[in-house]
Design a protein around this ligand. Sequence first.
Ligand code: DP6
Length: 394
Amino acid sequence: KVNEKDTDTLCCVTSTAPVNIAMIKYWGKKDTDLIIPLNGSLSATLDQGQLCAKTSVAISRSFKNDRLWLNGTEQSIDNPRIQSVLNEMRRRIRKRKFDESDLSESFTQGMSKWHLHIVSVNNFPTAAGLASSAAGYACLVHALSKLFNIEGEVSSIARVGSGSACRSMYGGWVEWLPGEDTGSSIAVQVAPEDHWPEIRVLILVVNDQKKPVGSTDGMQATVRTSDLMQYRAKKVVPKRINMIKKAIFDKDFETFAEVTMKESNQLHAVCMDTHPPIFYMNDTSKQIIRFVHDFNNEENTIRAAYTFDAGPNACIFLLEENVKKFISSFSRKFPPSSYENYIRGIPVNFEQPTPATPVKGDLLKYIIHTKVGAGPAIVGDEAESLIGNDGLPK
Ligand code: DP6
């Protein structure tokens, strides 16, 4: 914790934050500056043991300007989303009530004017196609709110960085309440990470060269041109949020899975209804959908659910007891060119169909095996900081 004596030295905080995967999808804004969504959404926060962002933020009177380094490269701090977060953070600092035992008002007010150095890394490859911006902005906001001692609701600060980032501010099962303005469009935890410990998540990383249309542009094209989108936001999503929340509370996997798959399909349906249409799934994605339905039909019970975001990679939700069976059966159908480093994350002892017969074009790169996990956390050990004593990346 900083105090007034330290004004010339460097104050630094390091946090880690998770990735989240939505079962009920956010797609479309009614306010593009404040990032107020057309409909609510609901996600699972993934364990940081497998996937996370890590961010160190430092402040010092000696810094000449704000600077940002992402995955080892300095980036412009003028990125409007980063600026929104910094402005919102500084606004909160200025308006908060000061507690006598806290930092003195003049000191923190002064601090809000000093410059920041921000260093952030993801521990997962961009190929994983995960919304790395969600973990990144959640991590930035967590670290800054600790540095400036901001108490209470901060998911709305993460939201102005990237909408889905507000859901990464909590662990477990998280709902983003759409709200009407910046104060009411916030994330809330609907159940903690230990509520349904049997749930496992497989991210099937598909081989794909194409760079899809980014979510930010894609969703507004949908809002502008799709008639289905209005129906979805008003009529479909509110019902599905209630259904899936009940399924999560009751640990009713079948209902959970059905709503999740229908939601994914509806997201891609409104993308197709966008004019001109947007395609995020490729042929492998569609084969994976077929595979999951066949896998479920085999024993006449829903044992796995797929969900796809703005890219071709599939995210599979299933119970731990079905992981081995799923991967064995999946790798028979989609044999990788090598089993080396094929399963990443939580180890699985599955039957390797030998020899692996590579199919033309290698449909799949690898699988990340993970589970539901906790929200952002402070990294206490200074050795783990990404910023050195000179205020620059280590
Ligand atoms: C398909 O949060 O990346 O992953 O708010 O413009 O930054 P911006 O968009 P972003 O959109 C994510 C959309 C999604 C669905 C979801 O995560 O709910």
